[in-house]
Design a binder for this molecule. Structure first.
Ligand code: CUA
Length: 142
């Protein structure tokens, strides 16, 4: 699905400065109560490896790639886009019940493509709120 709005980012420096530095990845609660999940797909992993979101809440995934094109697909949902170096992909979503969704990379990105995946864990809203109060950015990476 092409992005409706074009937003660019410098792929060479996403690890060093700006929105996609590692400390800013994961889930953040916005002032309006919605949740933004920031992620990076690179050869051959996603960061964070496990993204956590609450039920019954508007969620926006914002993600990019520093190297080649990767797929950002959440199985059993309509979230399916590409991560293109130099661009930010923004995908809205909403999850009605707790569960886990696999995120296999959906674009051939090199020899490690088959092993590139992440997951999304949906938790009840009160559980998510409790996680957020302890950390500014939350993930379910153990
Ligand atoms: Cu990343 Cu295929």
């Amino acid at each position: 699905m092409p992005q409706a709005r074009v937003e660019t980012v410098r792929p060479q420096t996403i690890h060093l400065a700006g929105e996609f530095v590692e400390s800013n990845l994961g889930s953040a609660v916005e002032p309006d109560g919605s949740v933004t999940v920031r992620a990076v797909g690179q050869q051959y992993s996603f960061t964070p490896q496990c993204m956590v979101v609450p039920t019954d809440t508007p969620v926006v995934f914002r993600a990019t790639s520093p190297d080649v094109i990767h797929g950002f697909l959440i199985q059993k949902t309509n979230v399916n886009t590409m991560l293109v170096p130099g661009y930010v992909s923004e995908i809205p979503a909403r999850f009605s019940k707790p569960g886990e969704y696999l995120m296999p990379c959906q674009e051939y990105c090199g020899v490690g493509h088959e092993g590139m995946w992440a997951k999304v864990k949906v938790v009840d809203k009160p559980e998510f709120v409790a996680m957020v109060s302890a950390n500014r950015r939350v993930t379910c990476v153990e």
